[in-house]
Ligand binder design. Structure first.
Ligand code: GLA
Length: 383
């Protein structure tokens, strides 16, 4: 934070007006459910994105980051289009969205710093989008509420960035509360904060460090597959999304789909949505072990039915299953690499890290990155 302010002053010749922080997230259970209208259970983590910002009078947006060397200057205009793979496409997309809503903005000095591994499935993109939208809302007094900020960030991701993501990530990093997980109904957007008591356990996050080159296209492929399965089931069922269907009804009607792969995708979605309900009950009963068992089942379903895991994530989860002191583990987020999470007895965490690192390196050829996190608050101003 001090370093960020110092750098801001060095680069822009003034103190930032305000500094904001938005965390990343992990999803505890309920994967590939948000765009199918079901329930998810994410929580925010301790890593995220900081933004130091001030208005300027020269009608120029100056984007800089402590993580990337390219400094970008863009004149204030009516709209922008996506700028390839550059990191600043996220804040630019948010600015573009605000301009489309006819908010009047001035030029800005923006300096970002993030400690989330980029593209590792911890929502670094939602984190930078939400921190930007939240900051601009405060700075220009736009009077948007948190849900407006979430919806405009999701729209940016869908339309400006071009990823068909659901609402989970943006919602989680905006609404999260310390020591809570958010039970979010992605259809109605009703939500409840569920106490996430870890007792003697730690939430361990394991980054596979696998380059996720195919992640976006594969993600969009799953999105389309679910749409096709739903369309087929709608021939006889009156539903708006897959998560409205009970498992028994699905078993009776799955022949309508007529394609084995699409039927597997739908089965994952319907069963996973049900697992979330069960998982919440276990959390409420303080039965972390049963919660952990559901994490393992969720992973299997993502591995065999939804097919979004991979050798790296499976290696981590297989290791975790056999590790004395680990009661649950699964991939988290979109998959195809990215991160896994595990619940590990506190006194065994060091051993878990050491043994997993060496097991993983032998099998995969390079090291994972492992850290622990508590469940943290969502976006806010940093004093
Ligand atoms: C990504 C997307 C989310 C969600 C998860 C899978 O993180 O951004 O909207 O679909 O994948 O659960």
């Amino acid at each position: 934070m001090e370093k960020l302010k110092e750098e801001f002053e060095k680069r822009f010749g003034e103190q930032p007006q305000q500094v904001f922080f938005c965390p990343g997230r992990v999803n505890l259970i309920g994967e590939h459910i948000d765009y199918n209208g079901g329930r998810v259970l994410p929580c925010a983590i301790s890593k995220g994105t900081w933004l130091a910002v001030s208005k300027n009078r020269d009608k120029i947006f100056r984007f800089q980051s402590l993580n990337f060397s390219d400094a970008v200057e863009l004149h204030l205009q009516q709209s922008y289009s996506k700028t390839g793979k550059a990191w600043y496409k996220y804040p630019l997309g948010i600015i573009n969205e605000l301009l489309q809503k006819e908010f009047s903005l001035s030029g800005l000095h923006l300096l970002f710093y993030g400690n989330l591994p980029v593209g590792a499935g911890l929502s670094s993109s939602a984190s930078i989008e939400i921190v930007t939208a939240f900051a601009l809302n405060e700075l220009f007094g736009l009077k948007l509420n948190k849900l407006d900020i979430v919806l405009l960030s999701k729209k940016t991701e869908n339309e400006f960035i071009g990823v068909n993501c659901g609402i989970m990530d943006q919602f989680a990093v905006a609404f999260a509360e310390k020591n809570k997980a958010i039970l979010l109904n992605c259809d109605t957007l009703e939500y409840e904060q569920i106490h996430f008591g870890l007792d003697d356990y730690e939430l361990v996050i394991i980054n596979t460090n696998k380059p996720r080159t195919l992640a976006d296209s594969k993600y969009n492929e799953r999105f389309t597959e679910c749409g096709r399965a739903l369309k087929a089931l709608k021939k006889e069922l009156t539903v708006n999304n897959l998560c409205e269907i009970q498992i028994e009804t699905f078993q009776q009607k799955k022949h309508l789909i007529g394609d084995e792969i699409l039927a597997k995708r739908a089965l994952h979605v319907i069963a996973e949505n049900f697992r979330v309900e069960e998982a919440v009950k276990h959390l409420q009963n303080r039965d972390l072990k049963k919660f952990g068992e559901l994490m393992f089942s969720s992973h299997d379903s993502l591995r065999y039915l939804y097919e979004v895991s991979g050798a790296e994530l499976d290696t981590i989860v297989e290791f975790s299953k056999n590790f004395d002191g680990c009661i649950g583990a699964r991939m988290t987020g979109a998959g195809f690499g990215g991160c896994a999470i595990a619940l590990v007895k506190k006194e065994r965490v060091d051993e878990f890290r050491r043994a997993l690192s060496s097991f993983y390196q032998k099998k995969i050829g390079y090291l994972p990155e492992i850290f622990s996190s508590t469940a943290e608050n969502g976006v806010g101003e940093v004093s």
